[in-house]
Design a protein around this ligand. Sequence first.
Ligand code: NAI
Ligand code: MG
Length: 354
Amino acid sequence: MNLKIAVLPGDGIGPEVILQAKKALYAVGVVYEHDFIFEEALIGAVAIDKTGTSLPEQTLNLCLNTDAVLFGAIGDPKYDSDSTLKNRPEDGLLKLRKGLGLYANIRPLKPFKGLLDVSPLKREIVEGVDFVIYRELTAGIYFGEKKLNESETIASDLCEYTEEEITRIAHLAFQSAQKRRKKLTLVDMANVLETSRLWRKVVTKISADYPEVSLDYLLADNAAKQIISNPKQFDVVLTSNLFGDLLSDEASVITGSIGVLASASLGEKNALFEPVHGSYPHAKGRNIANPFAAILSAAMLLDYFGLNEEAKKIYEGVEKAIEYNVVTLDLNPDSKFGTNEIGEFISNFILNKD
Ligand code: NAI
Ligand code: MG
């Protein structure tokens, strides 16, 4: 298969972990005879430094004209204190998601067997957990009108959802549930929020198209508790942008480290794959960042294109690395292995296919 992949390493540890993901994809290309062409572009703080904007037009155009995007992370503390800077690095990602129409962020939560004791949660709670979060990504409160009065004493962020925005991600979530354990949980705040009531109405209506999938509802505050007290109950979790952001970071506790969580962001025409973690500025250039999340995002990319055997191979490589304790400090405080060595281990595993 020929695939043109836009690579946006971004800031902080982004470039280091994305390099390891590229190594894995390169190895897959060699072993399974695929032609993956990578083209790099700027986003985030590095893009502001070099071009004055967090999402240069060239980057967006490249992403619009490739098969998939592999994204690292953005964010640099040097821009944190600059309150006048409208064009923050993080804005680049929001604009990219919007520009590519990536309305569904998909985050699978399935702890690796070898990491069950790394999670601060009890083994009996995390063992057997297997669910996926469908988070709406291009609407809601992050994209609503923002206001600050002149004396800077009153601020507001508008949360708005349309039936169409809810419908398109709901279908994806139901389709996923159909292929899984056939259970969908809608997380909202329908007791207090009008947008949540719309979510319930629309999702309930759509559920009629998927009679074999059972639908239940959970208020977001309760969901926050259930996700770490009884995560095994979940199969597919569907939720809005803000709740999904919070709950998926919380759910990372189940897997032992945010450094192992991968995600896919899908739209009608485009697909982007990225680790769930941010730019972890403190670790930049120190060869200590966990590359699993980026490498597993590359596996999700392969799955998306139907290259399931290839994706499985990457997944097995990560399992093998965990088995041999070839992991970063977040998973083993005594580890002597760094980002690079782990990337090498996995690409070598893939290259020695049998
Ligand atoms: P972060 O995810 O960068 O780091 C939080 C903590 O998670 C770290 O202190 C570290 O303990 C752990 N961690 C994260 N990635 C890891 C990895 N690969 N290996 C091992 N441990 C890892 O989130 P934080 O500190 O809130 O934000 C830092 C910057 O990243 C900010 O500028 C923020 O806006 C940005 N950010 C960007 C995201 C993106 O590009 N998608 C997502 C989240 C935050
Ligand atoms: Mg987040």
